[in-house]
Every structure is written in structure tokens, then in C-alpha cells.
Design a protein around this ligand. Structure first.
Ligand SMILES: Nc1nc2c(ncn2[C@@H]2O[C@H](COP(=O)(O)OP(=O)(O)OP(=O)(O)O)[C@@H](O)[C@H]2O)c(=O)[nH]1
Ligand SMILES: [Mg+2]
Length: 227
């Protein structure tokens, strides 16, 4: 299947709409995980970003070991024609400030996860949210890949290490990594992984890929600075 590409002249950031979908349950969180283990020595901040409706809130909700903080507001008539609901079933709410969650990746390492709203009207918020983050997990929905173009353009301005995570919805077509790279015009160094935001293990693997990539990039930058 052919994609529109990020650089194609017919690129179209316009939006359409259809019907909404409920939020998934965050069944695995319990209060036993409210406190950090004593073994944790490193805490890092990660941002989960991406276009409207790609699954940011779902991913943080599925992977977080604490009850996630959400700032969902019901979508109103004002978002009709602005927030594209194609393929999003019964989605009726959208994040208006941020998501927040936490996952302990190893006995010594904890990630603090911040979800940033994707719509243009929230871009000003990103400047505050991004402070102190070591990297970005950029979620993409290939059913509407063109929605990711301008969001990715904007995040690239922050020059943070990022990994593209293709969120597999039940009706998503399969694409080769090369097709995703070409469509998004990704630098060769940017890893592409697939996940399902509703699956905690797949979501965790995507976060692990980001942490590995961020560490490599920060090491590389440190080496360059010493030359
Ligand atoms: N089946 C399935 N549904 C998903 C998956 N990820 C997200 N969804 C659904 O897709 C819709 C959008 O997910 P959200 O988590 O709200 O997406 P978001 O990126 O936080 O959306 P905004 O904050 O509004 O930009 C919801 O109805 C989710 O239930 C997935 O991996 N599988
Ligand atoms: Mg959200």
C-alpha cells in the first residue's frame, strides 16, 4: 500500500471526522506499586508524543505501574472538522494538558512518562513539558500517517533523541520499516519499532528501545564534545 510521504507535494494536513471509542481500563495498576523500590538510583523523564488520537494516553495507561494522571476532556462541537476521528471508533475525549505515569524498567531505573497533547492548539505547552526529558517516544498511526508529519516536524526542533513507535490498531495495514522511514523522512539513526498501546509488554519494549537509543545518542554527543 502506498503512503503519502512527509515531503510529498500533495501532503494534506486537513482533518475529517467520525465516531468516538471508550478509554481502555488500566487494570494492572495497584497501590502496592505506589512507592519506588529502594534499589532505584536513576530516574529519567520521557515524553510520549504524537498526533491526535495515536494512542498516547492508552500507552501510558497500559504501561504505568501507578494510576496514571489524565487530563481528558469531552470533545465538543468545537473540535468537529479539527480533530480527526477517522478510525478511532467511539473516542469521545481528548487530552488537554498532559498524561503522567511511571514504570520501573530495572531495579535501578525508573521512567517518568509524560504524554503531550498533539494538536496544534497545544504546541505552546510542549516547551514546559519537554524540560528535562531525555527522549521522545513518537507514536504513529499508519492509518493516518499524514497527521504525524507536522507533529514530527515540530518535535524535531527540540533536537532530542526519539524513537518512532508504530501503534498497531486492529485494522492497521502492515508496512515495512523502510516504508515508514520514507513516509516520515526519518534519519537513518532513528529506530522504528511497532507496538500495541493496549499491550503493556509491547509498550514497555518500545520504551526500552527509546532508553537504549537515548543513552547511545547522549554518549555519542559526549564523545563528540571531547574531540
Ligand atoms: N485496539 C486498539 N485501540 C487503541 C490502541 N491505542 C489506542 N487505541 C484507541 O484509540 C483511541 C485513541 O487513543 P488515545 O489513547 O485516546 O489517543 P491519544 O493519542 O491520547 O489521543 P489525544 O490525547 O486525543 O491526542 C482510543 O479510543 C483508544 O482506545 C491500540 O493499540 N489498540
Ligand atoms: Mg490522550
Amino acid at each position: 500500500m502506498a503512503f503519502a510521504t512527509k515531503n510529498s507535494p500533495e501532503r494534506d494536513d486537513a482533518h475529517a471526522h467520525s465516531d468516538p471509542d471508550p478509554h481502555p481500563d488500566d487494570a494492572h495498576q495497584d497501590d502496592a506499586h505506589a512507592h519506588l523500590p529502594d534499589t532505584v538510583t536513576q530516574a529519567v523523564k520521557i515524553l510520549v508524543v504524537g498526533a491526535f488520537g495515536v494512542g498516547k494516553t492508552t500507552l501510558i495507561g497500559s504501561v504505568s505501574e501507578i494510576r496514571p494522571l489524565r487530563t481528558e476532556e469531552r470533545m465538543t462541537q468545537a473540535s468537529v472538522g479539527v480533530d480527526d476521528l477517522r478510525g478511532l471508533g467511539a473516542k469521545s475525549e481528548t487530552t488537554v494538558a498532559m498524561d503522567f505515569g511511571r514504570i520501573t524498567l530495572s531495579p535501578s531505573l525508573v521512567l517518568y512518562l509524560f504524554g503531550a497533547p498533539g494538536q496544534r492548539r497545544f504546541w505552546e505547552l510542549w516547551k514546559g513539558l519537554v524540560t528535562g526529558a531525555i527522549g521522545l517516544l513518537v507514536l504513529v498511526d499508519t492509518r493516518r500517517i499524514e497527521d504525524s508529519f507536522e507533529v514530527l516536524d515540530q518535535w524535531e526542533r527540540y533536537s532530542l533523541p526519539y524513537v518512532v513507535a508504530v501503534n498497531r490498531f486492529p485494522d492497521s495495514a502492515q508496512y515495512e520499516d523502510g516504508e515508514i522511514r520514507e513516509a516520515l523522512d526519518l534519519p537513518a539513526s532513528v529506530p522504528v519499532v511497532t507496538c500495541e498501546a493496549t499491550d503493556p509488554r509491547a509498550s514497555q519494549r518500545a520504551l526500552e528501545a527509546l532508553v537504549r537509543h537515548a543513552i547511545e545518542q547522549h554518549r555519542h554527543a559526549a564523545r563528540e564534545a571531547l574531540v
